[in-house]
Design a protein around this ligand. Sequence first.
Ligand SMILES: NC(=O)c1ccc[n+]([C@@H]2O[C@H](COP(=O)([O-])OP(=O)(O)OC[C@H]3O[C@@H](n4cnc5c(N)ncnc54)[C@H](O)[C@@H]3O)[C@@H](O)[C@H]2O)c1
Length: 414
Amino acid sequence: MGQPQQQEGTETRTETGTDAGSDTGKPPLRVGMVGYAFMGAAHSQGWRTAGRVFDLPLNPELAVICGRDAGAVRAAADRHGWAATETDWRALVERDDVDLVDICTPGDSHAEIALAALAAGKHVLCEKPLANSVAEAEAMTRAAEQAHGRGQVAMVGFNYRRVPATALARRMVAEGRLGRLRHVRVAYLQDWLVDPQFPLTWRLRREQAGSGSLGDLGAHIVDLAQYLVGEPLAGVSALTETFVRERPLPGGPTSGLSAVSTVGTGAVTVDDAALFTGRFASGALASFEATRYATGRKNALRIELNGERGSLAFDLERLNELSYHDGTEPGGHAGFRRILVTEPDHPYLDAWWPPGHGLGYEHTFVHQARDLVHAVAEGRRPDPSFADGLQVQRVLAAVEESAEKNSVYTPIAA
Ligand SMILES: NC(=O)c1ccc[n+]([C@@H]2O[C@H](COP(=O)([O-])OP(=O)(O)OC[C@H]3O[C@@H](n4cnc5c(N)ncnc54)[C@H](O)[C@@H]3O)[C@@H](O)[C@H]2O)c1
């Protein structure tokens, strides 16, 4: 669990005077964010931009940012446009001028921060995977359900639902354009661990990350597959592997994806790759591959759905495109066609650029902020909720259990 980096009673509050919000005349939604590195920067972009692109019922304000190093968090506040800083997340959670706590830290602190934030009456956005264990995710979901009765909202950050092309794919599946689904084929491929000298950052430590490729990349593709299909997985059969078991230890400042220097070596305690097959209750078969060893593949999240009436295919490295095959067309002219997902009637696109001008990775965080602001204003459960995050956590646990038992088919707990 995350530790405060200060003595009790020590003043950590710093007002930077940054003009973080815009004067829209709408009620504010004052955000307090914990963590300011990779996801901290991405979420800052989302909060900064959402109210300037979309017509929102509340005005997101970048109120307070928290990190453990006072100098570094102040620099992050200045860079990303946050009004004030804290060096202890507990102080941030208790502040009266924070309405929503946004958790952008490694998984070992998600449960503690989320539970404290919900108890303090805040709305919560928590990065994926929701927690490091099913037990933590269950406690978070229980707390979120109770808090919902008090008008609070809790969302987990599966941002790939918010690529316009994946949201369009969901719409087309729900419209029945693919008919009954037979196959769901998913892979999330990266290659940043191919070098055995890559340092042993928190992402390679079970006590901090919960698991490796499985919880990082696998969580995304399990959520995306279930979202697109519209139902949960019933069971899985899995293989996991740790290819490089000893790596250099970070010697100085480190993030999940880098270290300035190294000293000695330590044991990798998470999976490097996870492969699993799965079954949906409706009968569709699924295959999943999550790896950080796909040499040459940087952030290739690929998904293909085959149904009785048609197929869809998506690749995150070409995220403005969706491939669609209409299986009801006459054979002579049939084939996959490329839908350029930039039209104003495509999901999220009415607020953006003219057709063909394209969006990127960071826009998923703008859309996430937009959708969460609407859920808060309307007092409804957001998609994906903590309950959705818990269900993904149960799939991850079933994958690990299956892999430990020589790939035995393992049902997902309801
Ligand atoms: N949605 C996505 O596409 C996506 C992508 C990357 C990471 N993530 C998730 O986001 C989370 C963070 O990952 P990251 O890549 O941003 O990590 P990171 O290492 O880049 O940043 C982690 C941040 O958390 C801070 N931190 C750690 N413990 C803390 C504590 N106790 N109190 C205050 N600050 C603390 C660190 O100082 C740092 O600023 C993880 O859950 C990860 O799985 C999601």
